[in-house]
Design a protein around this ligand. Structure first.
Ligand SMILES: O=C(O)c1cc(C(=O)O)c2c(n1)C(=O)C(=O)c1cc(C(=O)O)[nH]c1-2
Length: 247
């Protein structure tokens, strides 16, 4: 028996309430105001890679979508890329980079990108590339919660990190509206193509997968960056050491 739309939605919201990245310790520290300026910069730099990959995964998805859905979905790519480098979501994220004091070019260089954040983000792109469009569209449904997190985050920045230039927060403000529009569009499209409860279960599974992507990205920020470890000479002998007991 298929679930009703309301039942499906309440199952998705239950997954998000349990596993969305608003619950992650790093994100909770961000909202509590206890991140250091450098930790906030690392978050912005690593999330920039995620932002760069969103229009890439949406372009992969576009190629699989039915015509009517493609017409609507293409607006997501245009939202992030904008008509030129000075406008659009990625440009707004670069403004956030400047607002937190990252030097020009630092986001693009990926110098602060942690290996785990890259793997987590790439896993999302690969998931969308390797699965039917139905699962790819479903995996975007974490956006059902994105609207709320943007609102909380904007207030947290204004309250706890007043040193961040306010122009940097434009992305969150714009996204708060956009995420709601996108999530309801995605839900509508999925419902039009849902035939069985197994289809509905695929939607829930895709959202669970996506929560693990976002969670892993934040896990990676707590890890020590390779360049912050002691000098290589202190960790590895320059000459190979023969194992004990060998001739
Ligand atoms: O900052 C966030 O918490 C957050 C979360 C998500 C999300 O839930 O995947 C997205 C975004 N931001 C975002 O800015 C964005 O453009 C976006 C696109 C998508 C998607 O899956 O297509 N998620 C998200």
């Amino acid at each position: 028996m298929m679930w009703t739309s309301a039942e499906l939605e309440s199952r998705l919201l239950a997954v998000l309430a349990r596993s969305y990245h608003h619950r992650h310790p790093f994100n909770r520290r961000m909202h509590d105001g206890t991140l250091t300026p450098d930790e906030l910069r690392v978050w912005v730099a690593n999330r920039y890679y995620y932002q760069q990959c969103i229009p890439v995964k949406d372009s992969l998805l576009l190629a699989k979508l039915p015509e009517d859905a493609r017409r609507e979905w293409i607006t997501r790519v245009l939202y992030h890329d904008g008509p030129d480098r000075e406008h659009g979501g990625l440009s707004a994220w670069r403004a956030l980079g400047r607002a937190v004091g990252l030097p020009e070019g630092m986001l693009e260089s990926h110098d602060l990108l942690r290996p785990g954040a890259r793997f987590a983000t790439d896993a999302y792109v690969n998931f969308v590339r390797d699965h039917p469009w139905f699962d790819g569209v479903a995996s975007s449904l974490t956006e059902l919660y994105a609207q709320r997190i943007m609102a909380v985050r904007t207030v947290a920045f204004e309250t706890h990190y007043p040193w961040v230039e306010p122009e940097g927060l434009a992305y969150f403000r714009s996204r708060s509206r956009q995420a709601g529009v996108e999530a309801s569009g995605a839900l509508r499209l999925l419902e039009e193509h849902t035939r069985t409860q197994a289809d509905q279960e695929r939607i829930v599974a895709a959202v669970e997968f996506k929560c693990s992507v976002l969670w892993s990205l934040l896990d990676a920020l707590d890890a020590v960056a390779p360049e912050d470890l002691p000098d290589d000479d202190d960790l590895m002998p320059s000459e190979p050491v023969a194992p004990r007991g060998s001739a």
